[in-house]
Design a protein around this ligand. Structure first.
Ligand code: RB5
Length: 155
């Protein structure tokens, strides 16, 4: 299945988003840029929501969100049922977030890591697959937590 990527950033992650766009173009990976389109100050939850909803509907298989730290984007995106957003600033975590947690959104902090490492993290994250098995039971339990609190998430 070819992946379609939903991408967004706030002002603190704008330049990193542009770097990731270059990477996706180099590899011919289809994506949609949900903004922001400059370094003018915006609110990161607005952009986390755009990407999280685009992934939740299935229109995009994966999402990538950039802000200053990656933290706000992860917190906000994880409020949307069915979203498993992982903040990864190393390639080991990026791979594990896919293999163990079936993370469908990657968040990155422009003020934390440089563009070279970010590119490598994205490359590894996009190439890694969920391994299922015992991990599937655990991911299903995450959906169970969403249901307990009235959300209708699931994988
Ligand atoms: C914006 O200044 C900054 O708070 C934001 O980019 C992000 O780091 C939030 O988690």
């Amino acid at each position: 299945m070819s992946l379609r990527i939903a991408l967004a950033a706030d002002h603190g992650g704008f330049r990193l988003k542009e770097e990731i766009i270059s990477l996706l173009k180099e590899h011919g990976i289809p994506f949609h840029d949900f903004g922001t389109f400059s370094e003018e100050s915006v609110d990161y939850p607005d952009f986390a929501l755009l990407v999280a909803e685009a992934v939740r509907t299935g229109e995009y298989q994966r999402g990538i969100l950039c802000c200053g730290t990656g933290i706000g984007m992860a917190i906000a995106a994880n409020k949307v049922p069915g979203i498993r957003a992982a903040l990864c600033h190393d390639t080991f975590s990026a791979r594990a977030s896919r293999e163990h947690n079936d993370a469908n959104v990657l968040t990155l902090g422009q003020r934390v890591i440089g563009p070279g490492l970010a590119r490598e993290i994205v490359r590894v994250w996009l190439a890694s697959e969920f391994t299922g098995g015992r991990h599937a039971r655990r991911v299903d339990k995450i959906a169970g937590i969403e249901e307990k609190y009235g959300n209708r998430g699931g994988r």
